[in-house]
Ligand binder design. Structure first.
Ligand code: ADP
Length: 276
């Protein structure tokens, strides 16, 4: 990490058991960030670094990386994937999106569909929404009784610990937008013909349940941020700020991994010496 980047703010993980407030202030840029131009330059440098690190991570192939992107409608999950994950070589990336479960999926436990799409070693897996919908939309819309969704907090922690113990590094980002910003973004989806397709009537229902979702998100963060799989609340009202923080998390995570390119086996090197 070069000196300029190292001096910029980073996010701290949610302390296990603590319920972040998730007010509108937390969706804004925190103090200490440079102006837009300098932040854009910092993110550009981070994305170049990410590309380099991912190449080594892919070749190294000792671990998998799972990036969970969870957030309300229009919180910028797609944009984060396009801009931040887009800096990576697609060969080493798999994106999985989670919509309402199919009948087949509903016939299994809620983690069945999730486990099938976790990344293999050497791959960065990105979840656009995730297993956390099963303690969010399911809770708020009463799709299952509390006797079903409450035990899921612990089940999720156990599942993620199992993944970590088997070589997956997990980074969980809760993209946090304010109610005003969501209104503007939904309005844009109505007004801009190129964004109409993203608008669903269900988005308005979810918006009407804003406060219930806030409670559900706060509980989710408190109960499932763990030492092995921490949550980060990403201020997401400004796309640039959001991209900077997610890029920074990925770069810091990969840099902490002690990545190395596998060495060529001596017999291969010997046999290939002087090839024509
Ligand atoms: P997005 O809104 O993420 O761009 P979609 O328009 O396909 O994508 O919406 C996905 C929808 O699927 C969301 O409303 C989400 O709450 C819902 N969903 C995801 N997982 C579940 C689940 N386990 N149970 C019920 N609904 C779910």
């Amino acid at each position: 990490m070069n000196g300029d980047l190292a001096s910029l703010p980073t996010l701290v993980p949610v302390v296990p058991g603590e319920r972040p407030k998730l007010g509108s202030g937390a969706a804004k840029a925190p103090p200490g960030l440079p102006d837009r131009k300098a932040l854009g330059d910092a993110t550009k440098a981070l994305l170049e670094r990410l590309e380099t690190l991912q190449a080594a991570f892919h070749a190294d192939a000792r671990r998998a990386l799972l990036l969970v992107l969870q957030g309300r409608d229009a919180s910028g999950k797609d944009g984060t994937i396009r801009t931040v994950v887009g800096a990576c070589n697609p060969m080493g990336v798999r994106v999985a999106a989670f919509g309402p479960p199919t009948d087949r999926e509903l016939a299994h436990d809620f983690l069945w569909r999730v486990h099938q799409v976790v990344p293999p070693r050497g791959v960065i897996g990105v979840f656009n929404r995730s297993h956390y919908e099963d303690v969010l939309v399911v809770r708020v819309r009463k799709l299952a009784p509390s006797s079903v969704w409450k035990p899921r907090f612990q089940q999720i922690c156990d599942f993620e610990r199992m993944l970590v113990e088997n070589g997956t590094v997990i980074v969980k980002c809760c993209l946090h937008i304010s109610k005003d910003e969501q209104k503007q973004r939904l309005q844009e989806r109505l007004d801009d013909p190129q964004k109409n397709w993203k608008f669903r009537l269900g988005d308005l229902d979810d918006r009407a349940h804003w406060d219930k979702y806030t409670v559900a998100y706060r509980d989710m963060l408190a109960k499932t941020s763990t030492a092995v799989a921490p949550w980060y609340v990403v201020p997401a009202d400004d796309n640039r700020v959001r991209n900077y923080f997610v890029a920074r998390l990925l770069v810091d995570t990969l840099e902490a991994m002690d990545l190395r390119y596998p060495r060529m086996a001596p017999e291969v090197a010997k046999a290939a010496r002087g090839f024509k």
